[in-house]
Design a protein. Structure first.
Length: 118
C-alpha cells in the first residue's frame, strides 16, 4: 500500500513538473506593424473553470506564432475590447482599458515601446 501511495505521489509530481499546460489561447485580433516585421496579438487565455475571463496582448515577430504562454505586454481581467494602433515600427498604442483590473502592463516588449491611452 505504501509503495502504491509513493507511486501516485511521484506520478503527480512528474506531471506537475513536466510543464504540462492546460491553458488555451484564443486570438481575437492581430495587428501587423507598418513594416510587417512585428505583430500585436490580442487574445483571451482560458485555463479552465477556476480562472475568469481575461484579455492579453503579446508582441511577437510577424512570422511567428503565438506562444502558449500568457501575454508579454498586457494582461487584464475581463473581456476588454482593446484598440491597437502601431504609431511606428517601434511604438504601439493600446487603448480602451477602461477600468479593467491590470495584472501586467509593460511599457516595452520585444523591442517595442508601448503607450496606453483612451
Amino acid at each position: 500500500m505504501k509503495n502504491l501511495w509513493r507511486f501516485f505521489v511521484l506520478l503527480g509530481l512528474s506531471i506537475g513538473l513536466s510543464g504540462c499546460d492546460l491553458c488555451e489561447n484564443e486570438v481575437s485580433q492581430t495587428v501587423i506593424s507598418p513594416s510587417g516585421k512585428m505583430k500585436a496579438v490580442v487574445f483571451n487565455r482560458n485555463c479552465g473553470a477556476t480562472t475568469g475571463l481575461n484579455t492579453q496582448v503579446s508582441i511577437i515577430p510577424a512570422s511567428g506564432s503565438l506562444p502558449s504562454d500568457g501575454g508579454n505586454t498586457l494582461i487584464l481581467g475581463g473581456a476588454v475590447p482593446l484598440r491597437v494602433e502601431w504609431l511606428s515600427d517601434s511604438t504601439l498604442r493600446l487603448g480602451g482599458l477602461g477600468g479593467a483590473k491590470v495584472f501586467l502592463q509593460s511599457h516595452s516588449a520585444a523591442g517595442v515601446s508601448i503607450s496606453y491611452g483612451s
